[in-house]
Design a protein around this ligand. Structure first.
Ligand code: NAD
Ligand code: 6OD
Length: 484
């Protein structure tokens, strides 16, 4: 079993206290993770502060950007190591991790390195009473030491989506990966050293949330801002910690995302899109579709086509040929998802397909597997329609009118994403503008332009990141006024 250490000030740090990471595939122990206590967190924050004042803070922007771009090729050279670590922690298919998680995990550094090299400056000339005038200009300065708290579903990708802009803007970071997925963030420490990123710029501390590394990090007064991706409930706890010292937060939280399918859609493309949005990464995508509204004339056909697609998904281990769905990340999460499967049955849902655990051979029977599941026959008030399950499951319901479906899609505490499927362009624009969500896709899902704003409305988040929007969080504007 391998040891996973904290990464503090450019060094791998063991601790007396450790916890075991289990494989999602068969629950076998795969890693001993060294848990950071308050002391290690303090050392990480001090190291980050020293790097900010020292080598990193003094580096010209163009050199900083070049170092970050070096990470892209360095990750590429260690591609197989990252792939193996991500798949071992999450159980996701190699085909998915090799096309999405690892390349995007690397690309986040290039996108923000390019961006920081091309930030436009603001200048204002103004008259003065003596006629000489003045010149105002604004400079962007790093915010300081950023606490980065990450989830387990797209571990490397979602971590570098925060670390990339934070470092590009000249900050230093202390990252707390999820306890379920400690490996790739730690591996990135090795790559940081290989590339020559100064010690202390990137630090990783391992542990859990409450009364552990997550809470210790967010409570640490040396953290200047906190960026977090995870559950809405956790966001509330982190916001309370951030209130001490009035530190800013950027939150990407949960969702209960609808898809709206009009009868005039391109049915093949819609089925393909909805299968992806409901079942990709075993449904563990914050942008995933757990509610599908289908215009009534298409309803029965849609449900049968979606069922056929779900039943054709091959469930298996990351390396298996043709596998399209892995296990859930852990037994704990399996128990949560299965509790919703039971609840749906108790509430009288029609289980179109799935609803339980797939039969798995031998030791795999110990893993966190669940079946892709489709329900019909429950109303908008049911917990299945309202609560985020974060599994490979979706509730399909019919609708009759455009106004009605907009109202029902918006009838949620969340507001992360929505996808609209129609060939009527006017309707697509009209409906998209009325959806209360940070991201609306038309005839697509999870098409990501990294310069565009990303974030949620209502309880799905605070703030927007992506492109120049990330600069708003990771830099502080200072105005300088020169009397001419
Ligand atoms: P989680 O909130 O349980 O944990 C996320 C991280 O927060 C982990 O590192 C955890 O250890 C830490 N944490 C937990 N309690 C904490 C506390 N009190 N103080 C500090 N840190 C704490 O989320 P998860 O289960 O890892 O991820 C799944 C959730 O994340 C889902 O709700 C999903 O929708 C959401 N998510 C949202 C987005 C988005 O972009 N909006 C993206 C991915 C995941
Ligand atoms: O693509 C991204 O940048 C992003 N933040 C995706 C989030 C996916 C949620 O699970």
């Amino acid at each position: 079993m391998k040891d996973i250490h904290n990464f503090i000030n450019g060094e791998f740090v063991a601790t007396a206290r450790q916890f075991t990471k289990h494989s999602p595939m068969d629950h076998a122990p795969i890693a001993r993770v060294h848990e950071a206590g308050r002391d290690e967190i303090d050392r990480a924050v001090q190291a980050a502060r020293a790097a900010l004042r020292g080598p990193w803070g003094r580096l010209p922007i163009s050199e900083r950007a070049e170092l970050l771009k070096g990470l892209v090729s360095a990750i590429d050279r260690r591609f197989d190591d990252f792939l193996e670590a991500e798949c071992a922690d999450t159980g996701k298919p190699r085909s998915l991790a090799s096309h999405l998680d690892i390349p995007r995990g690397a690309a986040n550094f290039k996108v923000f390195a390019d961006l920081i090299n091309s930030v436009p400056a603001e200048f204002f000339e103004s008259p003065t009473p003596d006629g000489r005038g003045s010149l105002n200009y604004a400079i962007r300065r790093p915010v300081g030491v950023i606490g980065v708290i990450c989830p387990w579903n797209l571990p490397l990708l979602l971590m570098t989506w925060k670390v990339g802009p934070a470092l590009a803007c000249g900050n230093t970071v202390v990252v707390k990966p999820s306890e379920e997925t400690p490996q790739t963030a730690t591996l990135l420490g090795e790559v940081m050293n290989e590339v020559g990123i100064p010690a202390g710029v990137y630090n990783v501390v391992h542990g859990f949330g409450p009364d552990s590394a997550g809470a210790f990090l967010t409570e640490h007064p040396g953290i200047n801002a906190i960026t977090f991706t995870g559950e809405t409930r956790t966001g509330t706890a982190i916001m309370q910690a951030a209130a001490r010292g009035t530190r800013p937060v950027s939150f990407e939280l949960g969702g209960k995302n609808p898809a709206i399918v009009f009868a005039d859609c391109d049915l093949d493309a819609t089925i393909e899109g909805c299968l992806r949005s409901a079942f990709a990464n075993s449904g563990q995508v914050c942008l995933g579709t757990e509610r599908i509204y289908v215009e009534r004339p298409l309803f029965e056909t849609f449900v049968q086509r979606l069922k056929a697609g779900a039943e054709a998904l091959k469930i298996g281990c990351p390396d298996e040929e043709g596998v399209s769905m892995g296990p859930l990340v852990s037994r704990e999460h399996q128990n949560k998802v299965l509790s919703y499967y039971r609840k749906a049955a108790e509430l009288g849902a029609t289980v179109v397909t799935g609803g339980g655990v797939p039969p798995m051979p031998g030791h795999l029977a110990q893993g966190a597997w669940v079946q892709p599941t489709i329900w019909t026959g429950l109303g908008d008030d049911s917990p299945i329609a309202r609560e985020e399950i974060f599994g490979p499951c979706t509730l399909v319901q019919p609708f009759d009118a455009e106004d009605e479906v907009i109202r029902r899609a918006n009838d949620t505490d969340y507001g992360l994403a929505c996808s609209i499927w129609t060939q009527n362009l006017s309707r697509a624009h009209r409906v998209a503008a009325q959806i209360e969500a940070g991201l609306v896709w038309v005839n697509s899902w999870f098409l990501r332009e990294l310069r565009s704003p990303f974030g949620g409305s209502k309880q799905s988040g605070i703030g927007r990141e992506g492109g120049v929007h990330s600069l708003e969080f990771y830099t502080e504007l200072r105005n300088i006024c020169i009397k001419l």
